[in-house]
Write a protein that binds this ligand. Structure first.
Ligand code: UD1
Ligand code: CA
Length: 450
């Protein structure tokens, strides 16, 4: 049984100096998730028995981010072969396929890894993922003869004719777990970089009479992040994939290039999204929802048939009910808006419940924070909150109640009551006209003098 199993080793000990960041490189996010976690999610989809992330010293943050996956510490960075050695005790006795992945190369597809595992299980002791980049630069070159992978030569060690080879090493490998420990013992650092090259395993396997194979993928799939510019490029690729997925799934986007998703965004069928909308992590949008332009969502659930935006900001723990309308310049945080309710213009609703079919007038604010504590607002069903109502929480407004426009509501309102809390209006007849005459006369006098 165990022969057909998979373990993964993710190399992530590199500091990533060129990122110019206090954050370890592999924790930089793509589509809202650290790069290394993208890889671990892909590995999990393969039902891998185990994944070990190789980190450098003082990378506790990586260990935290990848938990419950194991980490192995590589104390001194002496090359990719040495990095895999650092994970060796986690692989003791393992006889299946060992996948080696790079923590900074997050877009490798599950299907590609499955193909590599298949080739390994069918007899290759080493399978390498190659690609033909537009600029082969300083990548290791795959030396293939008569359809078989013979060895990998690092750029620094390569001859001119080897450098002319276009097929490059992505770094992703699938290795025979039973032989791996023995091969790692035999690695030397007798090369131009003075490093233990994992790539030397190919020639070693061949010398042992084993088969080695290479497969090829698109350059995009193995794009690595060495700098912020690379990170932005990888983000673009990840976003394109997400957009394609949603379009294929029955989502309408008028300008997909301007809509940004997170890795975990969930969209139903017949959702329509206008330009310039951002989904941060934790968003679920049900069927038939209409999202107008320039909205920003995070940790939000939008239920069937709701209409949202333009310019709406839905923050974590917002739950917008079926057929609700959320309009322009409305911010909602940690609130449940029950079905059919409307919050159409210029409002802040935080730590609140808004009952079904209630109408929240323009400019309504729930004052949920006194500088020390957050308090709740509870508005019943079928209520009518007049424009520019200020509700000072904690406050409860009953079903069917009404608040007069411009009220500052500080006490609970009974169901079906009308609450008015504002200065009484008085009008002084002729006052304005008299005022204008006085002011005009004064101005004329002063200008004559001057
Ligand atoms: C390596 C390959 C090269 C390939 C290239 C693809 C070797 C010897 N060379 O090059 O053939 O074309 O990747 O990008 O394998 N790492 C550690 N510990 C170390 C060294 C590296 O964890 O001691 C990690 C890095 O964090 C990174 C990955 O391994 O995630 C690759 O390291 P990097 O130095 O970028 O690889 P190269 O040697 O340039
Ligand atoms: Ca690299």
């Amino acid at each position: 049984m165990s022969e057909n199993k998979v373990c993964a080793v993710v190399l992530a000990a590199g500091q990533g100096t060129r990122m110019k960041s206090a954050l370890p490189k592999v924790l930089h996010k793509i589509a809202g998730r650290p790069m290394v976690c993208h890889l671990l999610a892909t590995v999990d989809e393969l039902n891998a028995e185990k994944a070990v992330v190789v980190v450098g010293p003082n990378m506790e943050r990586v260990a935290e981010a990848v938990a419950p996956h194991a980490v192995a510490v590589q104390h001194k960075q002496q090359g990719t072969g040495d990095a895999v050695k650092a994970a060796r005790e986690h692989l003791a006795g393992f006889k299946g396929s060992v996948l080696v992945l790079y923590g900074d190369t997050p877009l490798v597809k599950r299907e590609t890894l499955q193909e590599m595992i298949r080739l390994r299980e069918n007899g290759a002791a080493v399978v390498v993922l190659g690609f033909e980049p537009a600029d082969p630069a300083r990548y290791g070159r795959l030396i293939v003869k008569d359809g078989e992978l013979e060895r990998i030569v690092e750029y620094k060690d390569a001859t001119e004719s080897e450098r002319a080879v276009r097929l490059c090493n992505s770094g992703v490998m699938c290795l025979d777990g039973e032989r791996l420990a023995g091969w790692l013992d035999r690695l030397t650092n007798d090369n131009a970089a003075g490093e233990y090259y994992l790539t030397d395993l190919v020639a070693m396997a061949r010398a042992d009479g084993c088969k080695a194979a290479a497969i090829k993928c698109d350059e995009e799939e193995v794009a690595g992040a060495n700098s912020r510019a690379d990170l932005a490029m990888i983000e673009k690729i990840a976003q394109c994939r997400l957009r394609e997925k949603f379009l294929a799934q029955g989502v309408t986007m008028t300008d997909p290039d301007t809509v940004w998703f997170s890795y975990d965004t969930v969209l139903g069928r017949d959702v329509t999204i206008e330009p310039s909308v951002i989904f941060e992590t934790g968003c679920v949008v049900e069927d038939d929802v209409e999202i107008k332009g320039f909205c920003h969502f995070e940790g939000t659930h939008i239920r069937k048939g709701a209409k949202v935006g333009p310019f709406a900001r839905l923050r974590p723990e917002s739950d917008v009910g079926e057929n609700c309308h959320i309009g322009d310049f409305v911010e909602i945080k940690k609130s449940v808006i029950e079905s059919g309710a409307k919050v159409n213009h210029l409002s802040y609703i935080g730590d609140a419940r808004v009952g079904a079919k209630t109408n929240i007038g323009a400019g309504t604010i729930t004052c949920n924070y006194d500088g020390y504590f957050k308090s709740k607002t509870d508005i019943g069903a079928g209520a009518f909150i007049g424009s520019n109502t200020i509700i000072v929480a904690p406050c409860k407004i009953g079903d069917g109640a009404l608040t007069a426009a411009g009220s500052v509501i500080t006490k609970d309102v009974e169901p079906d009551a009308m609450a008015v809390a504002r200065g009484k209006q008085t009008a002084l007849a002729g006052w304005a006209e008299k005022f204008r005459e006085q002011k005009k006369a004064l101005k004329d006098k002063l200008s004559k003098k001057g």
